[in-house]
Design a protein around this ligand. Structure first.
Ligand SMILES: NC(=O)c1ccc[n+]([C@@H]2O[C@H](COP(=O)([O-])OP(=O)(O)OC[C@H]3O[C@@H](n4cnc5c(N)ncnc54)[C@H](O)[C@@H]3O)[C@@H](O)[C@H]2O)c1
Length: 323
């Protein structure tokens, strides 16, 4: 318990500690002492990091939705490299499941299930099958997601609205509902929900996608608090990345914030799971979005982030994956 507290402390983002330090500590002497403490924590970090690397995925049964493409596929590979006992892939794309299994079976035990997670009944049925065939899921990563078109909301259609909400927002809840009661009963397990920075900042031409990720963040973080109130050891991690170069958002142009690379992004997500992080924005600066929204007048926020940084135009040339 005490060791976990030390781990949590040393894994805290030190940039944030420095900001707090210089904002709140006025006395120069105290400032010096605090700076030394932060530096000591920084020096201690690698020791505890090493320990973290070994624990979470070793001998775990890991279920990843959308695990046959993009970051889901890479997370599956990394989970096996870290010693996962079994990787279970849920995906709608049968061909990609087969190629992923062919690649990953060299590293460890991997099985795939073709499933459309927007069909709740099929999800319940498929999980029952998985539970019988593979045993308890220790780590669930809700990663499957979709985005449609680059049109303003008035040009959306009912089918794409329903599909986006079903796959990105409702399905993660239904899937979590299958694994969570057993995790709570066993007092162990981890659910990681891949949301998006679009769930923190409003953005034109992706309103429905933003709504689905906004829903995921609200739900995921609420469950985290419920588990904390229950004093459960089951962990929830919510991830909110900026655009990642996987193909899902092909055509997007981002001038100031670089589009993220899949491999380093996955490393950050996996590390967040290993460290029991509750919420992770990638890059780190995205943690401050809500802060800026809170302190700036809306017109200033819209002008600066929307027009100067260019966030409100990133979707203008979006094509999405062609096949
Ligand atoms: N790529 C980005 O720029 C970006 C940025 C932030 C967040 N995200 C989120 O990260 C997650 C993974 O994105 P990615 O870039 O790896 O995308 P991707 O398109 O490469 O992978 C998504 C996977 O989900 C699967 N899938 C889609 N609908 C499904 C359904 N109904 N049932 C089962 N599987 C289904 C697809 O077949 C695919 O394998 C998504 O939730 C996405 O919203 C992506």
């Amino acid at each position: 318990m005490a060791l976990n507290k030390v781990r949590q402390l040393v894994s805290y983002p030190h940039e944030l500690l420095f900001v707090l330090l210089f904002s709140f500590v006025k006395n120069a002497q105290k400032k010096k002492k605090c700076a030394i403490s932060v530096l000591i924590l920084l020096l201690l970090q690698p020791i505890f990091k090493e320990d973290n690397k070994m624990t979470k995925f070793k001998d775990a049964c890991v279920l990843i939705t959308g695990g046959a493409s993009g970051i889901g596929r890479i997370m599956g590979r990394v989970a096996l490299e870290k010693g996962a006992k079994r990787l279970i892939i849920w995906d709608i794309n049968e061909k990609n499941i087969e190629t992923t299994i062919a690649e990953l079976k060299q590293i460890g035990s991997v099985v795939g299930y073709k499933i459309d997670i927007s069909d709740s009944e099929k999800v319940v049925e498929c999980y029952r099958k998985v539970r019988n065939e593979q045993g308890m899921v220790d780590i669930l990563i809700n990663c499957a997601g979709v985005v449609f078109g680059n049109e303003t909301f008035d040009k959306q259609n009912i089918t794409s609205i329903e599909k986006t909400m079903d796959i990105n927002a409702t399905a993660p809840m239904i899937i979590a509902l299958q694994v969570l009661p057993e995790m709570i009963a066993q007092d162990k397990g981890h659910i990681c929900n891949i949301a998006s920075a679009a769930g923190m900042i409003s953005n034109p031409k992706m309103s429905v996608y933003a709504a689905s990720k906004w829903a995921m963040i609200g739900w995921s973080d609420s469950v985290r608090i419920e588990l904390k109130q229950m004093k459960s050891n089951v962990q929830i991690t919510t991830i909110a990345p900026y655009f990642i170069n996987t193909g899902m958002f092909d055509g997007v142009r981002s001038h100031i914030f670089p589009i993220l690379k899949p491999e380093p992004t996955v490393k950050k997500i996996i590390r967040a799971i290993e460290k029991n992080k509750t919420f992770k924005g990638i890059p780190f600066s995205f943690h401050f979005i809500r802060f800026w929204q809170a302190i700036l007048p809306l017109a200033v926020f819209d002008f600066f982030f929307g027009e100067v940084v260019g966030i409100f135009h990133v979707m203008d040339k979006f094509t999405g994956r062609k096949n």
